[in-house]
Ligand binder design. Sequence first.
Ligand code: FMN
Length: 190
Amino acid sequence: MEFFEVIKKRRAVRMYKPDPVSREDILTILEAAHAAPSGRNLQSWSFLVISGEKKQVMGESYGKIAEGYTRDWEDPQARESFINYSRTYGGAPVIIMVLADADPVPGVNRMHLESGCAAMENILLAATALGLGTCWMTGPLQDEANLRKLLDIPDDKQIVAVTPLGHPVAWPDPPVFPVPDFEQKIRWII
Ligand SMILES: Cc1cc2nc3c(=O)[nH]c(=O)nc-3n(C[C@H](O)[C@H](O)[C@H](O)COP(=O)(O)O)c2cc1C
């Protein structure tokens, strides 16, 4: 798939088929993540590939968060659908969590976190190029203490984000281009 096609095709996918994702595809995606730029070229990221019972426990945790988060939503159907997505991570067979090194120096910590974000974006784009869906998620981190315990994450690592990974039931519509107020987002300094 051509690069800009991948950029436009990538969307937050929230419904997945139960079909497994091959180990080969997961490794290809994580290799792409590992090719991201990183502060001081430290590649200070690591990845958890989660399936089975722990994935289910993560869904229960995020489901509870989503119930609270959507309490004020006026559309009951939208609320139910979001909670259902959260409880099951959309039925995806795998969740990938990106970790970054943690550092007591705020500037260094930020550098590691941003490196982790670069890796995360590569995961999303590589998955799209392989026809697989993802959804960058930080909401589940509201239950960070329990996630750390569940997944045995040491204190010297910070959680960047998680994404389900799987075969989409359908691709959301592509975003509208050109964005009407796009030029207002740019300030040219000459
Ligand atoms: C930093 C970040 C955090 C996000 N957290 C969540 C989340 O917790 N749950 C979720 O369903 N989507 C989450 N999203 C996905 C966004 O809702 C989604 O990217 C946005 O609505 C734009 O849609 P698109 O990705 O299809 O272009 C997050 C995205 C980013 C970049």
